[in-house]
Design a protein around this ligand. Structure first.
Ligand SMILES: [Zn+2]
Length: 489
């Protein structure tokens, strides 16, 4: 026998051994009825929308931990529990804040809404009304040390995005930010446009929540251009040159706890069990907000009780048939506050960061057409691993056979959806990630995101897909590699 033949034989032996030793995925423990029951319970009105920074997030979390235990997970959080606690840092406007234009005292939340979070006192400052001038037109104006009154307008702003009626104010402010800083203005006063006035109470809900962070991220009071939104009825008052602007904007900084829920099921391979496939969901949602059709509880059935139920179902399968690698199950808290729970765990993982071979995250996975779904982090410049994407595509072929919508993975997609769920912070610390989703819908972040409006056949198919991917990766001889040219900007 020549050397080449010996080599081939050895290769053949390794492949066949390997093929024998990887078991088929085990779908039986994953049941549609369980997925449905768990979504109904977690998205029940009882938990009042599970908002981070309220006790309702804790109530939902404690319920979920019992389910994690029942599913067969071992605790992997702090002190031998399923909990990983962290502090949220809240900066909020004080209700005693005041604004006066001329001799009129404006009422907080009723006549004006503060939109900056740095304590500010100004006395009799000159007001310059610039109407709908663009930032470029403002270049020529003398604005230093003055209060600039801008008529809010949607000029130059992309309107075809989700939650536009809640996010547009931010886009308007963003458009002027640079010029206001450059001109060193004393403050800015945005005069509400139709959209803002129509959504005034939603805007109050939004701004009352202030700015939120965790240690190391937005945890300090830092200078900002003082900014208030005022009702349009004040326009004449503002344009009257004899009137000046006085304000006392108070800001309070305080901490409130939040929590990630973390369990694991150990792998069977003596070496590979020290590596983890991380299945990721978020358990919080956005709470109680303005009334829509007589209902103010935003239950978050699709967002994201759907993936919580899926993670539980996947754990039931791993419990019956563990893989070579271990499975780590993380239900993140405070996701709806710009991914604070996952940012925390990506910085403070409960297992060594290097031992996490990938993150399979799902968010909004039980709606829209039954035969299609999206996979993000697969085609755009934020693709993190070839082998991981390959595994997910194979899993789709072997399981649900979705038509995959690639358009949302385009880095130029106006929703920037890849950056809006819990896998993103892990991608930033060098861990391969994938984001599974059935995408947005009109009832996203509204009281209509209810359990009875979900499609449980779709949810089952998504669970099948995510489980199969996880099963493959958890048994691969080599872990997926993180690509060198990942671009997360
Ligand atoms: Zn979500």
């Amino acid at each position: 026998m020549g050397r080449l033949s010996v080599g081939l034989l050895a290769l053949f032996t390794i492949y066949s051994l390997n093929a024998q030793s990887v078991k088929e995925p085990l779908l039986e423990p994953i049941k549609k009825e369980d997925l449905k029951r768990d979504v109904y319970q977690l998205a029940d009105n009882h938990f009042l929308g599970r908002e981070a920074g309220t006790i309702n997030e804790f109530k939902g979390a404690v319920w979920l931990v019992e389910k994690m235990r029942e599913a067969g997970m071992q605790p992997a959080g702090d002190d031998g529990t399923f909990y990983q606690f962290f502090d949220l840092y809240f900066r909020r406007a004080m209700d005693s804040s005041s604004v006066e234009i001329g001799s009129k005292k404006l009422k907080m939340w009723e006549d004006f809404i503060p939109a900056s979070f740095y304590p500010t006192r100004l006395n009799n400052k000159e007001i310059v009304y610039v109407g709908t001038s663009s930032p470029k037109e403002m270049e020529q104006m003398d604005l230093k040390g003055k209060v600039v009154a801008i008529q809010a307008s949607l000029d130059g702003i992309e309107q075809n995005i989700s939650l536009f009626h809640k996010r547009f104010y931010y886009l308007i402010e963003h458009r002027y930010r640079e010029i206001l800083v450059k001109k060193n203005v004393a403050a800015v006063m945005f005069i509400a446009n139709d959209l803002f006035e129509d959504n005034w109470s939603a805007m109050v809900h939004e701004m009352k929540r202030g700015r939120n962070g965790i240690e190391g991220i937005r945890d300090k009071i830092v200078p900002e251009v003082p900014n208030v939104w005022v009702k349009r009825e004040n326009l004449d008052l503002i344009r009257n040159k004899s009137n000046s602007f006085t304000c006392d904007l108070g800001v309070v900084l305080y901490k409130y706890p939040s929590l990630n829920l973390i369990g694991k099921i150990e792998g069977t391979d003596p070496k590979l069990k020290n590596e983890y496939v991380l299945f990721s969901a978020h358990h919080d949602h956005v709470g109680v907000r303005e009334v829509v059709d007589g209902d103010s509880i935003i239950n978050g059935a699709d967002d994201n009780a759907s993936m919580c139920a899926t993670v539980l179902a996947i754990a039931r399968s791993f419990k019956q048939q563990p893989a070579k690698r271990s499975a780590l199950f993380v239900m993140h808290g405070a996701e709806e506050m710009s991914l604070l729970g996952s940012r925390w765990h990506a910085r403070h993982p409960v297992v060594p960061k290097e031992s996490i071979v990938c993150v399979l995250n799902g968010d909004l996975i039980g709606r829209n057409a039954i035969d299609s779904a999206a996979l993000l982090g697969a085609w755009g410049r934020h693709r993190t691993s070839d082998e991981l994407v390959e595994a997910a595509l194979e899993a789709n072929d072997e399981g649900p056979k979705f038509i995959i919508d690639k358009s949302w993975d385009d880095p130029n997609h106006p929703e920037f959806f890849f950056f809006r769920s819990d896998h993103a912070p892990y991608a930033r610390v060098g861990i391969p990630v994938l984001f599974y989703t059935s995408l947005l819908h009109d009832e996203y972040h509204t009281p209509k995101d209810k359990p009875e409006r979900m499609n449980y056949d779709k949810l089952y198919k998504m669970t099948d897909w995510i489980y199969r991917t996880g099963w493959k990766v958890a048994n691969m001889p080599e872990r997926p590699k993180y690509l060198e040219n990942v671009n997360l900007n």
